[in-house]
Design a protein. Sequence first.
Length: 458
Amino acid sequence: MPTTPFDRRRFLALSSALGLASTVFPSTLLAQAEEGGGITRETVARAAAIACLHFSPEQEDMMLGDLKDALGNYDAIRKLDLPNSVAPALIFDPVLPGMKFDTVRRPLRPSPAPEVSAPKDLEDVAFHSLRQLGELIRTRRVSSLALTQMYLERLKRFDPLLLFAVTLTEERALAQAKEADRDLARGKYRGALHGLPWGAKDLLATKGYRTTWGAAGFEDQYIDQDATVVERLDAAGAVLVAKLTLGALALGDKWFYGMTRNPWKTDQGSSGSSAGPASATVAGCVAFSIGSETLGSISSPSTRCGATGLRPTFGRVPRSGAMALSWSMDKLGPLCRSVEDSALVLAAITGPDGKDRTVHDLPFNWDATLDLKSLRIGYLKADFDREPPEDAKPEDKARRLESKKIDDASLDVLRSKLGLKLIPVELPSCPTATCSPCWWPNPPPPSTSSPAAAATTC
């Protein structure tokens, strides 16, 4: 990564520690230092004069020493050659004292196999669910190779408009698809994802293909390993067809080539940072995809594009081989076209891998026949009741009111159509936004152009 003599954010943070944050002095001194090539007594004096401050020679000496020491420390840190895979010496555990979990592993119980027939035009199945696609493959009405070629063609056709693909893994995909068909012919069926094409957010390492993290400067980065989720989906018989876009270094939907777009409203970004997985899945260009979330990066693009995103609880899915943004917050999860699709993918990627020490050894037991009324459904009442501020701009107020209509309609479906008893939950008052990283952008408001589903799981 390129280095610069000064890092504005760190410099201002240091000035704050010296008690100077409330003045214009830090910014002025930084500008003087950048212009003059370093921090000297002269740059301090000029900055102080501009900020209408006066320092004694002793104060100047103390300031110069502290600033130079801090900059030296930053330089030393930047010179450390630590690969992305080296985790810091901390473990964040989301399991609270006294919490009990089901530790019995049960067989996966998906919904009954759907009735499917061989399509006249293979593109007719582009938007099918995983259960439908899987049954077409299992019964050999459609080959994995044909399905893979169809999705690769759609990726090539729609990428110029939506900008959702960084790299097509075509050679790897065709080889995997042929192997999936051979396995099936020999009676070896790997399960619900056998032969189904999928896309990986381009922060997941994949041998032989670049992993760009969506950022300029990393366009030609190759990481000589497969991320754990890539290995697990390989083992499940899934076929990787593309490395999909993410906002640069997992922020937003703008990457080094452009902005990934919402398939339903192409003048709008798909939101991020799992921008490509949401866009490609909703556009019917992959059967499913894997994204990541640190603070909204699955739920936000799912809301914007109308995908069914599942943001697993921290500690569910190993992140080995994934770009680290926050070691105590990063999660990997599926973006799909239905809730059950997400469950089937999660079942394939969950559990410890012996590398990511944050992952708990707890089963994920999916049972599509479960009576929903047996579940405890909590919701944050204050968030559903939230009205727009009186001083909000008209467009912001209209957007919030439209969003509230969608929220109310969702609650009504749960209560009236599904007969569920919802339990209002209130969280303790805590300045979570203030505690969040200052550089993190707020997720965009939900788009009203398409429906959305977002799920979480423990």
